[in-house]
Structure formats: structure tokens, C-alpha cells
Design a protein around this ligand. Sequence first.
Ligand code: AMP
Ligand code: MG
Length: 412
Amino acid sequence: MISVPEAQARIVEAVSPFPGQALALAEAWGRVLTRPVAAPIPSPVFDNSAMDGYALNAADTAAAGPGAPVTLFVAATVPAGICLRSPLKPGEAMRIFTGAKIPEGADAVVKQEEVERAGETIRLSRPVSWGENIRRRGEELEIGAEVLGPGRPLQAAALALLAGFGLERVAVHAAPRVGVLVTGSELVPPGAPLEPAQIYESNSFGLNAALQELGLVPAFAERCRDRREDLQWALAEGLQRADFLIVTGGVSVGDFDFVKEAAADAGVREVFWKVRQKPGKPIFFGKKSEGKCLFGLPGNPASALVCFYEYVRPALLRALGARELFLPALRLPLAQGLKKKPGLRHFLKARADLGGAAPSLHILEGQGSHLMRSFAAANALAVLPEEGESWAAGELVEAHLLPSIFQTWRGG
Ligand code: AMP
Ligand code: MG
């Protein structure tokens, strides 16, 4: 049995970033650039006003003081989007608005709140400095400078940034096709009547959402009974249609756990089976010659999801070309003491309270790998190392922060 870091290292080694493709900006959320993007235009693209006010020549205001205002004639109005032909003449100002092009001859903008307007003139009681309230052409980036490099999934701000340079398409790594196959003869889909000894299938719903957290939508999600032939067929089929096949259930040592055998039959070579961890010890990871990957996650819903976050998510992020693969980790003081048996790394459903003055980590009630209520309340996994046995309240413990668009970092 290997350790968690060893298993994670093998996954990183086994998966390569997918080839590049050109995508429309509107489709590129969550994708990762294959190469740096150079600025095709400067940013800002021309000198423009940072304020609603008056464009003027700073030298004309040099003599202005509290008791000695300077008066300037308002010669024109420059709204955003208008390029004035006539330059500003000495002794003149122009009404200007945020984002409007600075007229030729002007070298500063004074805010409208700072002047006294009287008819066609403004009066100013202080000297304006050269360049005041002007956003300079190229002040953020000159033509050819790097706008954004590869490595981080494109989020809202990155997409707005790229769009601001007029880019329509970006070169990003292709997204892997992901398939979900849940196994278990006891499973019925929500909505169906529950016969004795059956349970509702829930893993595909958790995995579907966890994939969407990465901007991925599963290519398919299917169910399979615990029959070796059925599973063989389903795995072979699934591996045709997906680059990554996530299977849940059937990876243990029970008489009906056929995933490993069926995987071998489908030409999947084992990279590892079983990791020194709890939950999720029987996790299986294998690879086919053409690079397709199969994850066999234990069927208990909490195990499946922990394994997704700790192994599948990093693998998918690597395929997407991301550099940071693992959940963000923090060391936080424990809100309560705790004990465990040595030997396995434990992942505990926890709430990281980062909102207050003293951050802390609360281990939630209900750590069984079949218990999801605690997981639904968690925003982090507490990570207890293999060797450790007991921790006192206040001791620092690693926490892996779970992704969520609706994340809250206040306790409770
Ligand atoms: P297994 O890994 O197949 O031995 O399953 C372990 C436990 O997880 C059993 O109690 C299964 O009934 C349960 N289980 C397996 N797959 C699912 C699923 N897709 N949804 C909910 N529970 C599951
Ligand atoms: Mg099963």
C-alpha cells in the first residue's frame, strides 16, 4: 500500500496536459492558456480621463490660489467615444467625462467637484498638476507585453482582461471528456421506488457537481450492476467514450467487487490500488496505453467525494494544463482535541472558520464514510498525518479548502 503523496505523485506523472485548441472567449471559462498572450494594443489604448471634469493645460492654472481663482473658457464637450478634431487652446478648458480621449493640448483633468462653473467659464482656486486624472496610454501594458501567462484557469477577471485587448479567441488546453460509471446492484436512481435492500444512487450527483466546479460536464453518467460481464462491457464502452472514466464502487475485496478485473480486461494497467488513507483506502488508478485514465473510487459517498477532490480533481486540472493541482492548504488551530489510530492519513469533514479574528478548524460530527450530512456542512477537509495519534485543541492541523461557488468562511 502506498502513501497519499506517493499516489498523488503517480497521478501527476501519469497525466499530461491536453493539446491546445482555439476557443471563443465566452467558452473559455475554467480553461488554461497554452502559451502567454501578448498585448496586441497598449492598455490603456489612448490617454483618457479618469474623472468627470474639465480637461485643461496645467500651466494655465499655475497662478491659482485660495483667494486668486483662475478663470478658463469652456470651449467644448468631450464625451466618451468622441475624438475631437480641434485642440485645446491656451486659457481654455473642455468639459470631459470618464473614459473620454484627452484632447490635444490638454495635459490634466480637474474633477468637476473642484471647480465653480459660471456660464461658459470655470473658476479654479488651486493649481492643477501635470498629468492629474489622466490614465496614460500604455501605462498598464505596452504593445507586445505579456497580458497573461499559462498555468491558471481563466476566471472572470482574466476573461475580462483578455476581452479588453479585443481578443476574440484564446489558445487553451482541450478539456478532457469525463465519464461517470456507478456500480452496485443495490442502486436505484432518485425518483424511482425503493424496493427492500435497495438504496438511492447518490455518487453520480456529487461527482457531476464536483466536475462542474472545474468547468467540466460529464460526457455520460451511467449505472452498472455488480455482474462481471456487465461491468466489463460498461468499462470497455466507457473508456471508448471518455478520456477519464470515474467508476465508483466495486474496488474493494468483496466477492462482488469486479472493477479491478474488468479494468484489466479492458486493457487498463494498474498504476496503484489502495492508499494508506481513511476514507478511500481501496482507491484504484489505472491507465490505458493510449493515455486514457480510469479511477476506481470506493462506493461510500464520502469516500468517493474525498477521493475525487484529492486525486481525480488534480488529474483533471493537470489535463487542463493548470499548474496548481491540489486543494488550497492552510494550517489552522483545532477547535477541539482529537485522536486517531496511527497508520493511515485521515481526511475529516471539517469547517474552517476564517471569518473571525482567530481562525480555527472544527471537526464535524459524523465522520463515517457513508455519512454525507457532515460533508454537506463542511468547507474543508482536515488532514491528519499517518503517524499522528492525538492532537490537543489549538494545535495546528492541515486543512484542504473545498471548492465552492457558495463558500462561506464563517463558522457555524
Ligand atoms: P462498494 O465500494 O461497492 O463496496 O460500496 C460501499 C458502500 O457504498 C455500500 O454501502 C454501497 O451501497 C454504497 N454505494 C456504492 N455506490 C453508491 C452510489 N453510487 N451511491 C450511493 N451509495 C453507494
Ligand atoms: Mg458495491
